[in-house]
Design a protein. Structure first.
Length: 117
């Protein structure tokens, strides 16, 4: 293992932010991430887990200047995978690592852990 990152978020906090600023979802999440979440009973629960994944990857990579859409959580039907672009992809290549992620959520909290290998 070359690095680790973790992040937690209260789901309700993201729900309120998205209600106040509806275009925020477009800035934070890819179209595929938004479509995945919208197909679920409580979309914010799934978006919150993806938000945490993005933050966890950024922490593991030690990113300072990056865009949230540089880290995409790809639904696979099993364990999620990551698609990196922009600053995140450049930093991973610089370090010679690939990132993996694990997501979780309850009714109130979402979280993610990212590992660099």
């Amino acid at each position: 293992m070359a690095g680790i990152g973790i992040d937690l978020l209260e789901i309700e906090r993201l729900e309120r932010a998205l209600e106040r600023r509806p275009r925020l979802a477009e800035r934070l999440f890819t179209e595929a991430e938004r479509e995945y979440a919208e197909a679920r009973a409580r979309p914010a629960q799934h978006l919150a887990a993806r938000f945490c994944a993005k933050e966890a990857v950024a922490k593991a990579l030690g990113l300072e200047g990056w865009a949230f859409r540089d880290v995409e959580v790809v639904a696979t039907g099993g364990a999620p995978s990551l698609r990196l672009s922009g600053a995140a992809a450049r930093r991973a290549a610089e370090l010679g690592v690939r990132a993996e992620v694990s997501l979780t959520h309850s009714r109130t909290v979402a979280g993610a852990v990212a590992l660099l290998r």
